[in-house]
Each structure stands twice: as structure tokens, then as C-alpha cells.
Design a protein around this ligand. Structure first.
Ligand code: ADP
Ligand code: MG
Length: 238
């Protein structure tokens, strides 16, 4: 299932988690509109719901209320199996930790993602071509623990784009890197995004990384409420 277009739209999103201390409001967001092929950086205080939002955009979870639409597909209405299929084919994800499989080489890690998305082996040498383009070809037979943190994160970007996803979602992808490596990773990500025409939603705390996106969106802290009287309140943030 390929989406018709790759805009990202969210409307009236609310995510609530029931906990023993009452209901946690993890996210409230009226409206998010990202054009197909656009890049946006999401910024906001810790705990304001940025990772929760990316999880909804990825189809990893469904909102308590509201809708998420990718192109013409309302992914928040898809049942789990259809959502998983949609995500495998159309989404590329990068996290703060690279999450590479330690016993697989660089090319195997990237190739595995291609197999998951396409259910087919890399018949056309696409992995090799991508690693070449991203300047990672010399590393292709190394294991993750034979790479620097910055190199590992660039491999994670390669893994996120090898299947030419409609949307790339990145959750603090440079959060554990020094500035020079952060710069290289974001270069790799934005070059790849443009090359495949994907839409990019990037969560970051770093203003210099955020400025690389076409647009910056500030997310405000959701109002936290809880039933229990000793619940934590954040009056300065509501
Ligand atoms: P951010 O990524 O902006 O730091 P998160 O999206 O991780 O924020 O979390 C938003 C809020 O939701 C936080 O208050 C967090 O503690 C809460 N939260 C996230 N996941 C859960 C969960 N599974 N159960 C209860 N609360 C959660
Ligand atoms: Mg987070």
C-alpha cells in the first residue's frame, strides 16, 4: 500500500495514558500540517509529547482521539496489521540510539530493512549504491561496534531511507553526538530526504539542527492532570 502523496496531517490529537495515579495527558495537538517533501523540526520541553507524536505519525500507536493522515491514508483508522504493513513500506525511522543489530554488518543492517519493506532481496545492488552515495561504502563489512557513534548514526540514516519511504521520522537523532558528528548526520539525513522526495519530521533540542529544516514547530507541554491529590502539577507550563 503506497500513499497517494506524502503530506502528514494530524487533527485534534489527544493521547492519554491511564496510570495508578490517574490519567496522564501525554499530548494535545489541534493541528499539524506538513506538505509532501517538506522538512519540519519539532521542538519543545522534555515531556511535552514529542516522542508520543512521532509514534502516532509512524502508526506505532493510535491516539485516544483525533486523526493522523499520511497522503490519502488515515493511518489512525487502520487496524494493527494494516498499520504495520503501511509503516514497513512507507516510513523510515531514526532514533537517538542507532539500534543497529550488533551481529550484522553495515550492509546487512541496511539490507535487512530493504527486505522488511519490500519482502524481497536486494537484487539491484541498492544497498551498495546507497552506501556509496552516503560515503559509507568503505565501512560496509564492519560490525556496529567497529564504528564511531557518528558513523553508526549515519548507517541508521541509511537504514531509514533504503526503501525510499514516503516519510522519515527522526527522534533526537543527533542527541548523543558532538556538534561535528551531529552536522554530518543531519547532512546525510537532509540530502537523503531530498534525493527521495520524502517528508521529514525531525524532533530535536538543538536549535542549529532545527534550523536545517524548512520550518520549526514549537510543541507546548500538554496539560497534565491526574485524579490523585498528590499528582504532579506543572502550573508554570499550562
Ligand atoms: P517528549 O518526547 O516530548 O520528552 P514524551 O512523548 O516521551 O515526551 O512523553 C509525554 C508525556 O507522556 C510525559 O509526561 C511522559 O511521562 C508521558 N508518557 C509517555 N508514555 C507514557 C506511558 N506509556 N504511560 C504513561 N505516561 C506516558
Ligand atoms: Mg522524547
Amino acid at each position: 500500500m503506497k500513499p497517494a502523496g506524502n503530506s502528514v496531517t494530524a487533527r485534534d490529537l489527544v493521547v492519554e495514558y491511564p496510570t495508578p495515579r490517574g490519567t496522564v495527558h501525554a499530548l494535545s495537538l489541534d493541528r499539524l500540517e506538513v506538505d509532501g517533501g517538506e522538512s519540519v523540526a519539532i521542538m519543545g520541553p522534555s515531556g511535552c509529547g514529542k516522542s508520543t507524536l512521532l509514534g502516532l505519525l509512524a502508526g506505532l500507536a493510535r491516539p485516544t482521539t483525533g486523526t493522523v493522515t499520511i497522503g490519502a491514508t488515515v493511518i489512525s483508522s487502520l487496524q494493527e496489521k494494516a498499520r504495520i504493513r503501511f509503516r514497513r513500506q512507507n516510513m523510515g525511522m531514526v532514533y537517538q540510539a542507532d539500534n543497529l543489530l550488533p551481529h550484522l554488518s553495515v550492509e546487512e543492517n541496511v539490507g535487512l530493512q530493504l527486505g522488511i519493506a519490500r519482502r524481497a532481496a536486494d537484487a539491484d545492488g541498492e544497498v551498495e549504491a546507497l552506501l556509496q552515495r552516503l560515503g559509507l561504502a568503505a565501512l560496509r563489512t564492519r560490525l556496529p561496534d567497529q564504528l564511531s557513534g557518528g558513523q553508526r548514526q549515519r548507517v541508521a540514516v541509511a537504514r531509514a531511507v533504503i526503501h525510499r519511504p514516503a516519510v522519515i521520522l527522526a527522534d533526537e537523532p543527533t542527541g548523543s553526538l558532538d556538534p561535528a558528528n551531529a552536522e554530518r548526520v543531519i547532512d546525510t539525513m537532509i540530502d537523503s530526504q531530498r534525493a527521495i522526495g520524502a517528508t521529514l519530521v525531525l524532533v530535536t533540542h538543538d536549535p542549529s539542527i532545527a534550523r536545517r529544516a524548512d520550518r520549526i514547530i514549537e510543541l507546548e507541554r500538554a496539560i497534565l492532570t491526574a485524579a490523585a491529590p498528590d499528582a504532579v502539577a506543572v502550573p508554570d507550563a499550562v
